[in-house]
Ligand binder design. Structure first.
Ligand code: PLP
Length: 472
């Protein structure tokens, strides 16, 4: 492809993307394809000669688009959102165009310094504690690929602090114990497995009727483990659990962590972004006690996946766990101590210029538009919850402080209610008009309605409610 061909294909592709996004609501939300359909519709072997770009795009239209699940569809009520936005897409394009691999400051100073700046911007926009700021004595922020990676680097930092850097050398790692409720994200268990600590060393601390951690149960579990000669080292407090948007009481949990010298990681993957709106700053409660925190602009802020903002108040242990310096990565800048090498803040060595999409989104979208989207989604969720409350065929099964509504069908027994709820979920997802996710809360089958897609309006929520009543 020549530069001129790139210009013309690129202009056409931008038009295509805009048309595709604006037309999202005209397609079914869920793909109707069966396993293997996509592969079977494409050439089994690679071409031997270059093909025209138009031929590739024809296959995109014919095969790829029908195989797309509509994350940007206004009827997207599944999982949590993964919104994109036009400024963020352009930031991704620019990142690809610049072709930078920003593992060290020296491999592109702008890639590093823009990232440090936008993390400090995000800290201000979310009103986070200044001990996370890059200019603070011990803290700093970095973009991770996902909240799961954030959990893993938090575990590794905590392990480094607890074992003073020794890994399995004297048995310390094998005595470590971590704590979270059974509502915490699965990345906690996965992170412990990857870190060599093991899932069996994750204590599932009891939760209350709001699915939030019970601090007294945490304190008891820690005491019991110490009594058994084990080494409690890490707690995950969830600010907005995946299943039901429950908030663990971080102010109380944080006091226990301080007293017991436990690393406190707060996972605000979805809900943390709500703090962009000042009236939702309760989602930050207790963060001044956290050792690390993450939230996902790639969920609720219109920044394309992947973009998790991760802060630590104690970068020494992050760097202690992840720094590596072979001869070929030495640089005078790094040795001067005046620069950040973000390769030491993450699992991989190489890294993309992800700060661009966040910087573009913040500058070109504007804080007020983020706030009004969040407020709109929260208001719609509250309205939906009030409709559900007023219909005795349905029941609300968890608190709904933000944009997630967990509902179930009623029934004479739990078994009957669960069967009806499962049928309802299948019916919604087969309709093509909306897409929802099932979860289980204390043995009850639950239909989650997560309102967070950028294109979702009140009409779409009304349509979902009509559909739920029609299918009930
Ligand atoms: N933590 C919570 C509370 C989540 O809801 C999710 C995903 O929805 C994650 C972590 C994992 O996020 P990611 O996909 O960025 O790894």
């Amino acid at each position: 492809m020549t530069a001129d061909e790139f210009r013309s294909a690129g202009h056409a592709l931008i038009d295509w993307i805009a048309d595709h996004l604006e037309g999202s609501g005209d397609r079914d939300v869920a793909s109707a394809l069966a396993p293997g359909d996509v592969r079977a519709a494409l050439a089994e072997h690679p071409p031997t000669e270059p093909e025209p770009f138009d031929a590739v795009m024809a296959d995109v239209e014919r095969v790829v688009v029908p195989g797309i699940t509509g994350w940007q569809h206004p009827g997207w009520f599944a999982y949590f959102p993964a919104n994109n936005s036009y400024p963020s897409i352009l930031g991704e394009l620019l990142s690809a165009g610049l072709g930078v691999q920003g593992m060290s400051w020296v491999t592109s100073p702008a890639c590093t310094e823009l990232e440090t700046l936008v993390l400090d911007w995000m800290l201000e926009l979310l009103d986070l504690p200044t001990r996370f700021r890059s200019t603070s004595e011990h803290g700093g922020g970095v973009i991770q690929g996902s909240a799961s990676e954030a959990t893993l680097v938090a575990i590794l930092s905590a392990r480094h602090r607890a074992t003073e850097g020794a890994v399995n050398a004297d048995g310390d790692t094998t005595r470590l114990v971590a704590y979270a409720t059974d509502q915490a994200h699965s990345s906690v268990e996965k992170g412990l497995r990857i870190a060599g600590i093991g899932a069996e060393r994750l204590r599932r601390v009891d939760h209350d009727e709001r699915f939030a951690m019970r601090p007294d149960a945490l304190a008891t579990a820690v005491r019991a483990d110490r009594g058994a000669g084990l080494v409690p080292f890490f707690v995950t407090s969830s600010h907005g659990t995946t299943s039901s948007m429950a908030f663990d009481p971080t102010p109380e949990i944080g006091q226990i962590c301080r007293r017991e010298h436990l690393w406190l990681h707060v996972d605000g993957a979805m809900a943390g972004i709500a703090a962009l709106a000042p009236e939702h700053r309760a989602v930050n409660a207790g963060l001044e006690l956290a050792d690390s925190y993450c939230t996902n602009p790639h969920k609720w802020m219109g920044v394309n996946f992947d973009c998790t903002t991760y802060w630590t108040a104690d970068r020494a242990h992050l760097l202690g766990a992840l720094s590596i310096l072979p001869e070929y990565l030495r640089s005078a800048a790094a040795e001067s101590g005046a620069v950040i090498d973000y390769r030491d803040w993450q699992i991989p060595l190489g890294r993309r210029f992800r700060a661009l999409k966040l910087w573009f989104a913040i500058r070109c979208t504007g804080i007020e538009q983020f706030r009004s989207m969040i407020r709109g989604h929260v208001a719609l969720a509250q309205e939906l919850a009030s409709w559900v409350d007023g219909d005795d065929r349905f029941e609300i099964v968890a608190p709904h402080p933000l944009s997630l509504v967990c509902l179930a069908r009623t029934g004479e027994t739990t078994e009957v209610a669960n069967r009806r709820t499962d049928e309802l979920i299948d019916g919604v997802n087969a309709s093509g008009r909306a897409f929802v996710t099932r979860t289980v809360l204390d043995g009850r089958s639950v239909l989650r309605v997560s309102i967070g897609a950028r294109a979702t309006t009140r009409d779409h929520v009304v349509a979902l409610w009509d559909l739920l009543r029609e299918l009930a």
